[in-house]
Every structure is written in structure tokens, then in C-alpha cells.
Design a protein around this ligand. Sequence first.
Ligand code: URA
Length: 242
Amino acid sequence: MNNKKNQFLDSFLKESGVSEKLTDYPQPLETWGKKQLKTPTMSEENIVEKPLELSSEDLSSLEDIRIALENFTQCGLKRYAKHTIIGEGITDSPLVMCIGEAPGADEDRLGRPFVGVSGQLLDQMLHSIGLSREKNTYISNILPWRPPGNRPPTQEEISLCLPFIQRQISLIRPRAILFLGGVPTQSLTNRTDGITRLRGCWLEVLGIPALPTFHPSYLLRTPIRKKEAWQDLLSLKKRLFT
Ligand code: URA
């Protein structure tokens, strides 16, 4: 491709919000060394077998979960992600466990949850009520792998990965859970309402009080909603500190 075409493609991708070219994805092992690299298709991403059932004897530590996920072959997302991202922060009964949707490009590159711009906003939100991943908070996601191009996860992908986050909750035993957005709220409760209706309503997951609020990336796009998110944070603070 000549330079002009390259420039056109670069600015087209930039304007379309694409931050990474498809060739940045790791290629499946079996295509290495072949002349024609295969492009991932939706059906290949969604290799889904039957959902897993995990008992407490299977995974008795976070390290067990990490090893199980590293060896988990049922979810096709793993093939295109650079890192398996489990969680980060205080693991022994923290005040709060934040649960987001799935890693994005920055998280996949660095192998840590919530480290991009939405992660910076999340850190600020937590700091504003005396919380941080260094002191008293654990941060994780429903999915441990980035969906290609940041597309929304499918229901099958969520169902396959759900037992792992449920097991993390049971092992970590936070005092409260903060759901970031609709995907974690609906996946871990039996509620089907959208996040706009559920935010600010205290729910329960595995016997632990859980509060849904807006996802930080939604707040970055829709700052007018920050006022409601602030009310949710105050509700969390009251529950934790009074
Ligand atoms: N959005 C999420 O839901 N999780 C992350 O880790 C980063 C962005």
C-alpha cells in the first residue's frame, strides 16, 4: 500500500474510534508460520461448549482461579487477548469489590484491570469516598479477556465466565460490591432492568450487599450522569463507614 493510502486508512480508523489495528491481535497458535494468516471470525471467537460448574473444592484460592483460567479453553475470547486479567487490589475481605464488564485495550496491553481512562476515573471516584485498590478495594471484571475491538460480550461468553467471578466473590468476601454498569449487575443478579433503573438500589449477591452504579466509561461519555453516580458513592460510603 502506498503512503497516501496508508495515511487515509490511519485517519479513517482514528476517526472511527479504532485504537488498534486488527494485526495487533495475537494470532492463534495454529496459524503461526503459515503464509496466509487467518482473520478471526465471529464464529471462531464464540467457541462455546457447555457452561462450567465450579465447586469450592475445585478452586480454593485466587491462584487456583488464575491457573484454571489460564487452562480454560471453552471461551474463544481468550485466543485473541494478550492477557488473562483476573483482578487487582486487596484480596482478604476488602471493604469493596468493584466489578466491571471486560478489559479494554489498555488493560489487555498491561494485564491489569481498569488502567485506562475509565480506570483513572474509577480511581478518582473511589478516592473521593476513602477507597483505593492499594488500601481497601478489589477490582475485577465479569470477563477476564478483552472482546476484540471492545465489542459487547455475548450472553454465552458471560455465562461461561460467570462461575469464575462468583468464586472470586466467595473467596474474597468483600463487605460490599460495587457493580459498574449493566452487564455485571444483570449477570450476577436475576434483575433484567437496565442500569438507569437499577443504579442506586441495593441488591444482594451471594449474601453480600451490592450496589449498581454507572460504568466510568459511560460517565466519561455522559458527564451529566455524574451527579447520580456521586449519590451512589455516598450511599456506599454510608453503608461502609456508619
Ligand atoms: N472497562 C471495564 O469494564 N473493565 C476494565 O477493566 C476496563 C474498562
